[in-house]
Design a protein around this ligand. Structure first.
Ligand code: FES
Length: 263
């Protein structure tokens, strides 16, 4: 493939940024998404990377481990200025940053590429080599981040179960409920991934020729049902992981007490 072929087609660029015949308020959705995305991503970066090294605020309290730090990797040699979250967060961060849905969303609201369907984009995009050149070629690592993402996901299920059994004895606490809802939503996000759907049955030429292909087709159908709502899974799990972390931090700061039924 030549360089000329990898250049982005003019698309909506000829009209210039924001030029459109659309009469609806097309800018509301990307605008709201930009604000929410920026707030959540900034908070998660602050909490997972900066907060604990800077102020020593606990990320684990009363049997609840913040999902940003799971699985907990805190070797003795780790300097105090590096958060244990940094050793694991690169996996979910890479998984989300390269997700097909998030790409569509942030290309739109951060890069105006294009800012909306049938809305003009900046002319500078003519020189854009798409995802065939650095740095956006790195988006092709999405499949590998998908494989890795199942590691922290497994530990989040373990954490949710463990939170039911603190040292003082079994309990049903609000924190455990938040943890279970969060890990269910994160599982939905992972299982609805486009790459996983492709892996299950995207390359099949025949859905019924062999027993194995029939099993793959059945799995593909189930993943497709989840995939139809991938955007919703992306957003609700983004909120739930933030809420789970905020809850642990509020417990650690003594601002809230975990309401629980002790068994
Ligand atoms: Fe969104 Fe894979 S496409 S997580």
């Amino acid at each position: 493939m030549t360089t000329a072929q990898t250049l982005k087609p003019p698309g909506t660029a000829p009209g210039g940024l924001g030029v459109t015949r659309r009469r609806d308020r097309w800018w509301i959705a990307p605008g709201v998404q930009a604000v929410l995305f920026t707030i959540l991503a900034t908070y998660l970066f602050w909490s997972g990377i900066v907060w604990t090294p800077l102020f020593g605020t606990a990320y684990e309290v009363d049997g609840y481990l913040s999902p940003l730090f799971s699985p907990l990797i805190a070797p003795g040699w780790l300097p105090a200025f590096i958060s244990p979250g940094a050793l694991i967060l690169w996996i979910p961060l890479g998984f989300r940053a390269t997700c097909y849905y998030y790409r569509k969303a942030y290309y739109r609201f951060y890069f105006a590429d294009p800012p909306g369907c049938a809305v003009g984009e900046p002319k500078v995009h003519h020189g854009y080599k798409m995802e065939a050149a650095f740095p956006f070629i790195l988006q092709n690592f999405h499949r590998y981040f998908l494989y890795l993402a199942f590691i922290p996901l497994f530990f989040l299920w373990v954490d949710a179960v463990i939170s039911l059994f603190p040292r003082e004895g079994p309990r049903l606490g609000l924190g455990s409920a938040i943890f279970f809802v969060n890990v269910v939503l994160l599982t939905g996000f992972s299982l609805s991934c486009n790459s996983l759907r492709h892996l299950a049955g995207g390359r099949l030429d025949c859905f019924s020729c062999t027993r194995r292909q029939r099993v793959q087709y059945s799995l593909w159908q189930r993943l497709t049902a989840l995939n139809r709502h991938h955007m919703a899974w992306a957003w609700v799990s983004f909120f739930s992981v933030t809420i789970a972390d905020v809850y642990v931090r509020l417990l650690a700061l003594g601002i809230v007490v975990d309401p629980a039924i002790r068994l």
